[in-house]
Structures are given as C-alpha cells and as structure tokens.
Design a protein around this ligand. Structure first.
Ligand SMILES: Cc1cc2nc3c(=O)[nH]c(=O)nc-3n(C[C@H](O)[C@H](O)[C@H](O)COP(=O)(O)OP(=O)(O)OC[C@H]3O[C@@H](n4cnc5c(N)ncnc54)[C@H](O)[C@@H]3O)c2cc1C
Length: 590
C-alpha cells in the first residue's frame, strides 16, 4: 500500500525563502508568516496522510456506482468529505462575505497539492466546486451569489463545469445544447453533456451545474454561447433544495483512472437554468477563471507524481538487487538496494528535480494570481496569462512521465495493482487531456499568448530571466545562470523563428508549438532552480540550522540544469526544422 507524507519543509522553503511571501505587501499576505503557514500546512498534511491517502486505493478499486439514477461514491468518501467540510478546508481562500476564510489562493494551492497527492479523485469533488464558485463569484448577480455561494463555500452543495458534448470538446463552437428563454426570465436547457466530473454523487445535498448552451440570437460558433446555472434541485424560497430539476445521469464512464470521481453523461431535458453573466458572453465568463483552473490541473499533474516519487524512493532503498559496481554497499546482505545503481539514481533525480521545480513554479504562478487579483497588478495578470498554458501543459506532461518513472523503479511490481504504482500513472494521465488537451495548450501559447498585448508579456518574461541571471554575481551560481541564459536564448530564438515564419507559413508555428511549450517549461523551471539555488546559498551563508536541506537543494538544482535543461536545444532544433518534416505526408499516406 503506497504511503504519502506531505513535503511541508519544501513548501515552507518556497513560500518564505524563495517567494518571501510575508514581504510582498500583497493584501491578505500580512498573516503569512512562517508560524502561520506552518500551522496550516501541518494540519493539512495530517488530513492528507490520515484521512485522504488511505481512501486512495479504495476509490480506485471500488469506483463509483450508478444505481437507479443515483451515484454512490466509494466506501469512506462520505465521512472524509464531511471531515473536509468540518475542518473548513473547502472554504480556505473563499470570500468571507460568503463564509470563506479569505486566505490567499497561494496557500490554498499548497494545501491543494497535499490533498491531490493523497487522493486526486476525491479532491476533484471540491476542486470542481471551487471552479464553479469562482465563476458565480465573478459573474453572478447579487441574488445569485447569496443563493449559491455560501452553500458552495461550505460544500453542502457541490459544483460542476459542463462544456463537453459527444461531438465537441476542443471546438466548443460546435456545441448543440439549447437554452430557450422563458417568460419568467429563466431558460429551458436541453441537450447532452458528457465526461462531466463529479456530475452526480452522494456527497452533497445539491449539485450546481454550470452549463454552456446556445440561446437564440447569438450567431454561429463560440460567440453564441452563454453560461447557465442549472441546479440539480431548484432552490426553494427559504434557500433549501426544492423541486428536482430535469437533469439526470445517463451513465457514468468506465475509465483509465480517477475511479473515485464520477465522470457522468448528463441529460438536460428542458431543465430550468438561470443565465450567469451576460447573454452570449458565456465563453468569456468561463475563461475568466481559466488561469486558476488550468493552474489547478498543472498542480494535479505534479502532485500525483510527488506521491509516486515518495514511494519509489522507499522502494529503491528497500529492494535488494545486484551489487554496486564500485563495491558492495550492503555486504551483510545478499545484494545491495536498488538505490546504489546509477540508473536508478538518474530516475530518482529526474523525478526529484522536476517535482521541486514544479512546486516552485506552481506556487509562483499562484502568487502571481494573488498579486493580480488582490493588488490589481496588471503586469502580474499579463504574466500569469502567458504562463498558464505552460503550467498546465508542461507540468502535466512531465508529471505523467514522472509517475511512469516512479512506476519503473518497481520493475514488474510497478505494473501489478497490489503496489499502487499503476494507479498513480493512470490517475496522472487525465491531467494531460482535460481542461484543454495539452496540444491545445501549446496552440494557445504560440497562437495567442505570445502576441498578446503586442508581445509585452513575453518580453517582460525575457527581461525577468535576464535580470535573474545578472542578479547573482557569485561563482557558485555560475552553473545556474549560464545554463539559464543559454536556455533563454534558445527560447528567444524559437520565438524569433515563429515571428519570421509564422505569418507566411502558419503551419511552421503550429508544428513547433508543442516543442515551444516544453522549451518554455524548461526555462521556467530553470528560473525556479536559479532562484532556489540562490536562496539555498543565502541560507547556508547565514548558518542555517539544517544545512543538509540546502545542500540537497543545490545538488538537485545542479542536476536539473545539467541534465534536463539541455532538452531546450533539442526543442529549438525541432522548431527550426519547420512544418515540412511534420506535414510531408498526405493524410492518405498514413
Ligand atoms: C475523466 C474526464 C473528465 C472530464 N471532466 C470534464 C468536465 O468536468 N467538464 C467538461 O466539460 N469536460 C470534461 N472532460 C472533457 C475534456 O475536457 C475533453 O475530453 C477535452 O477537452 C478534449 O476534448 P475531446 O475529448 O472532445 O477531444 P477533441 O477536441 O476531439 O481533441 C482530440 C485531440 O485533437 C487535438 N486537437 C483538437 N483540436 C485541435 C487543433 N485545432 N489543433 C491541434 N490539435 C487539436 C486535441 O489536443 C486532442 O489531443 C473530461 C474528460 C475526461 C476523460
């Protein structure tokens, strides 16, 4: 049975020594001193390892069951959900006007990492609710906010996001679900939505579905789409769940992973819906919370891999196979532990250096979201908008790869369900697909984000990297700054290639977009490692009480710069080969 222990030490390092949160001046960050964040993180870590982690395998093995239109979640989920509610974990960063605790989104992410590592499928019930909460909070009328938000903050009512239909996922302009205006101002919603996470379950007394649908007069494509609130139970005058609405579960999907989360086909048969935000501006309403939602999925990608990594380390220390080439390290035993072998070390270093970089990148992204929302910082808003597809696409691709690397450490036992490593790989896989498949994230980055506001944000990013390289006039940092400088130049060269070729050969930019997303991901993690190495040196120079933590940090960073960052050169070479090798075959030649 896999174990999970939250790495709160590393979280504290990122919060206080890299991001220096309590010095930022961001409203709401005043309280974020070491003691406060330690108290929150330690309590959450206990919930993660004692309440959620033991249910991870139960959820995987049992899955959700649909019986007579009702979905039953796995054994233990109800009690755990109640414990999460009672502990106030669902309300952490929500608006105090609606019962939330008003803490920074960054702190919510740190806690979220632990909950996802412990049990991703379970955490999605709350995660989806948070997404729906954010949409209503940003676009709802005062009455809608009063009706729905307090119940969603407490998770007495959960939420869902309904975009996908059988014939459209990426291309939402094709969607067919209809919204017909009624005399009382409501709408009749008719259509079928598929793959709806947490679409039906037994954890809450009501489910608030947010549904994209087409109302008359909006025109073709995505322009005609509006967003609607469609409660499972219509809310009665006194605020309690009233009459059953005409929305039902067609089936729950059999799927590769996240079995503990009910992925539903939802049929809307003239269900009563209420417009959320402006008519025909549904996509805009949905997109205002995209940065958070996509960062949340990027976080899922590495958080699941973190749990897999922890178990791979334990196994590598325990499993005896072969001898170290440099001489027996366990002479009293029949063989040495796996961890003596350089190839196992390579695997663990790949995992560790990615995971710690990913954590820093995600926390930095969450901090930018707080800076944008709480301090009204337009530059932070622009930067996080640029980085969002990278956070989502790069961290989930690498998160899945990392979970597979961890599984590989177990050899054949990694493939056998009993050890739980297969679940990590299966669960991590969906993060590359939903919330915009990763190929589409790459298109968003290259097709939209690079040129956004005249390229201002990407230029600011390059300037930031340049400044970071210049900031460390310390020979111990040369390995970091030189590698980062080279990678950043490769990223700029790739951007230049798109500028020179993208207009005349659009396929050249699109054929290179995936490589660009990865190239930029590596530069972001290189930037994080440079910042972390500098912070670690500073702590050692100041006589830190736990030097091993910082020495480990620096050595792990050196691995990333030496062994992972060179991938940038490969990505650039692929990008510069243009569209020709990619598009050389006609469709019938495949
Ligand atoms: C377990 C699970 C949970 C989900 N939860 C939800 C949910 O809660 N709510 C919800 O609304 N949806 C949900 N989804 C749906 C998910 O978001 C979609 O599956 C996803 O957006 C992709 O859409 P699609 O499956 O229709 O693939 P398609 O849009 O058909 O895409 C297929 C492939 O083509 C690529 N592609 C598409 N267009 C282009 C293009 N122009 N250029 C290059 N490549 C392209 C994509 O990257 C993808 O790899 C869930 C799906 C699953 C499996």
């Amino acid at each position: 049975m896999p174990n999970y222990t939250a790495n709160t030490r590393d979280m504290q390092f990122v919060l206080h020594e890299v991001l220096k949160v309590s010095e930022t001046g961001i409203p709401g960050y005043e309280e974020m001193d070491r003691d406060f964040t330690e108290a929150v993180l330690d309590t959450a870590a206990k919930v993660a390892s004692e309440v959620l982690a033991p249910l991870n395998r139960v959820g995987d093995a049992e899955g959700c069951v649909l019986e007579n239109g009702v979905v039953r979640t796995p054994e233990g989920f109800k009690a755990a959900f109640a414990a999460m509610k009672d502990g106030g974990w669902t309300a952490l960063d929500c608006d105090p006007d609606y019962g939330g605790q008003g803490m920074p989104y960054l702190l919510n992410c740190a806690v979220g990492e632990m909950f996802v590592s412990a049990n991703m499928a379970f955490n999605m019930y709350q995660g989806l609710t948070h997404g729906a909460y954010s949409a209503i909070h940003a676009h709802g009328t005062e009455a809608q906010k009063r009706t729905y938000l307090p119940k969603m903050v407490s998770c007495d009512w959960t939420g869902t996001m309904n975009l996908t239909e059988p014939h459209c996922g990426t291309d939402l302009g094709l969607l067919r679900t209809k919204a017909e205006p009624q005399a009382d101002g409501s709408y009749r919603i008719t259509g079928q939505k598929i793959f709806i996470s947490a679409g039906e379950h037994d954890l809450a007394e009501n489910i608030i579905h947010l549904v994209l649908a087409k109302a008359p007069g909006g025109g073709e494509g995505t322009k005609g789409i509006s967003l609607f609130i469609v409660p499972k139970f219509l809310v009665a005058e006194d605020g309690s769940p009233g009459a059953r609405n005409a929305v039902s579960v067609g089936k729950i999907e059999e799927k590769m992973g996240i079995h503990g989360n009910a992925t539903c086909v939802l049929n809307y048969d003239g269900a009563t819906g209420f417009l959320l935000g402006e008519l025909h501006k549904g996509m805009r309403a949905m997109f205002t919370m995209m940065n958070e939602a996509r960062l949340g999925v990027g976080l899922q990608g590495y958080a699941v891999a973190e749990a897999a990594y922890q178990n791979a380390v334990a196994y590598a220390k325990d499993r005896l196979q072969g001898r170290a080439v440099t001489g027996a390290e366990n002479p009293a035993g029949p063989a040495d532990p796996l961890i003596v072998h350089p190839d196992i070390r390579r695997s663990l270093m790949e995992q560790k250096s990615f995971l710690e970089g990913a954590r820093a990148f995600t926390f930095w992204g969450a901090h930018l979201i707080d800076r944008a929302h709480r301090a009204g910082d337009a530059a932070a808003e622009g930067l996080i908008s640029l980085l969002t597809p990278v956070l989502k696409g790069f961290l989930t691709d690498k998160g899945f790869d990392t979970a597979v690397l961890a599984q590989q450490v177990y050899g054949g036992h990694g493939y056998i369900e009993e050890w739980g490593m297969s679940q990590f790989a299966r669960d991590a896989r969906i993060t590359m697909i939903y919330e915009g498949a990763n190929g589409v994230q790459a298109l968003d980055l290259v097709g939209r984000k690079l040129a956004q506001d005249g390229g201002k944000h990407v230029m600011a990013f390059f300037e930031m990297v340049k400044a970071e390289c210049k900031a460390h006039d310390d020979p111990r940092m040369a390995l970091f700054t030189e590698a980062l400088k080279a990678a950043s130049k490769q990223l700029q060269a790739a951007g230049m290639f798109f500028m020179q070729n993208g207009m005349k050969t659009p396929n050249a930019a699109l054929a290179g977009s995936y490589d660009f997303m990865h190239l930029m991901g590596h530069v972001c993690l290189g930037l994080m490692w440079t910042r972390m190495a500098a912070a670690a040196h500073a702590a050692l120079d100041a006589g830190a009480a736990d030097p091993t933590f910082y020495e480990t940090k620096i050595a792990t960073g050196r691995y990333y710069m030496a062994r992972q960052l060179p991938a940038c050169a490969m990505h650039l070479a692929r990008i510069e080969s243009g569209a020709e090798p990619v598009m050389a075959l006609a469709a019938e030649q495949f």
